[in-house]
Ligand binder design. Structure first.
Ligand code: ACO
Length: 332
């Protein structure tokens, strides 16, 4: 399986650390030194569905695959305002796809989980072209009176089209039950038989515990997948890691003893966009000409559950269609 198209979309609203310090007891220096995040994009005017459509349309256009030739659509999403229908059902018709679709909640590792499932569908001949859209709005899970979580999370969407061909070498996905370290509970309706009050609990996160679990798990995933494929850290040209925290990325990099240039980041601009972070980064790097034909990439992510995902692939460059510049009327 290989990636033949990428796309991404971010909300218009840019929120700086100083803006957060205006209503939370926090500061630009605390957020920057603890996480690396300087700004983030938060949904205000747009909907998550609109971001998903923009990212997916860009991925389809760059792949050259018509929407009607997509055989399966997977949307990686932790939560949105609809419990049913799924986000994938909502975007399917608007994209013009006519295929089965499903949502997948693999927390921040959801994009890699989706790739792994797509790979199995393609290998077994169940599908030829699959569209994966990771669309996330974790800013909507946070308690915006609490500084511990609200400064970290942000919204966005990233998408890829995958098809048959040489690209992905291997996947490693794991799961372990640590449901107390990171959770968000939504209210459900009361019934005549279950009168226990159900209420929303905004995102609860034991930050230090998550930090340790994340570093340990990603290091283990990288070591195992590299060894299994007869590779070392040297053989990887670029590591596309989940964009949660610069210090987590640095700890993994130090363990692998690889140079900073191999670990591109954009969390400084976009914060933690959950499972959308890797496809957004991939799209930026691919369109910017940073990802070159034949490069070996390692993807690695971790998230609530606790789940992790890692993948190794050889990149094939993508020809992006020229974007027409808007025609401006000459000033009179
Ligand atoms: N501004 C200022 N002070 C803060 C803030 C804030 N935004 N948040 C916490 N503090 C305070 C704490 O209250 C604490 O104060 P105290 O010493 O008086 O008790 C102090 O800063 C230190 O808090 P720690 O939690 O120990 O700070 P730490 O250095 O561990 O950094 C952080 C916190 C950034 C959350 C870190 O633990 C982390 O990055 N963890 C992983 C988070 C993560 O990646 N989450 C997402 C993973 S899964 C997914 O992506 C869905």
């Amino acid at each position: 399986m290989k990636i033949i198209g990428t796309g991404s979309a971010l909300p218009e609203k840019i929120v700086t650390n100083d803006m957060l310090a205006g209503f939370l007891e926090t500061s630009d220096s605390w957020i920057t030194t603890r996480t690396g995040i300087k700004t983030r994009r938060l949904l205000s005017k747009e909907t998550l569905g609109e971001l998903a459509i923009t990212a997916a349309t860009a991925a389809l256009e760059s792949s050259g695959v018509a929407p009607e030739n997509i055989d399966y659509l997977i949307c990686s999403n932790v939560a949105n305002s609809y419990v049913t229908p799924s986000m994938s059902s909502i975007i399917l018709g608007l994209l013009g796809c006519n295929c089965p679709c499903t949502d997948l909640n693999g927390a921040c590792a959801g994009f890699i989980y989706a790739l792994d499932i797509a790979d199995a569908f393609i290998k077994t001949g169940r599908a030829k072209n699959i569209l994966i859209v990771a669309a996330e709005e974790p800013s909507r899970f946070c308690n915006w009176h609490e500084r511990e979580t609200s400064v970290l999370f942000a919204d966005g969407a990233g998408a890829v089209v995958v098809t048959e061909g040489e690209g992905f070498k291997d996947f490693r996905v794991t799961a372990d039950t640590h449901t107390d370290v990171l959770y968000y509970k939504r209210a459900m309706e009361a019934t005549p038989y279950d009168r226990v009050e159900s209420k929303t609990t905004p995102l609860v996160m034991q930050g230090r515990e998550v930090f340790k679990l994340a570093v340990r798990a990603c290091i283990k995933d990288c070591d195992i997948i590299l060894e299994k494929n007869g590779m070392t850290g040297e053989d990887i040209d670029m590591y596309l890691l989940h964009q949660a925290n610069l210090r987590i990325i640095d700890s993994i990099r130090e363990h692998l003893e690889q140079p900073k240039e191999k670990f591109p980041t954009n969390l400084q601009k976009y914060g933690n966009t959950s499972s959308a972070s890797i496809p957004i980064l991939m799209d930026e790097l691919s369109r910017g000409g940073v990802l070159k034909d034949g490069m070996n990439l390692l993807l690695s992510a971790f998230g609530g559950g606790f789940v992790t995902g890692a993948a190794i692939l050889k990149w094939s460059s993508i020809d992006y269609p020229e974007i027409e510049e808007p025609v401006h009327e000459p000033a009179v």
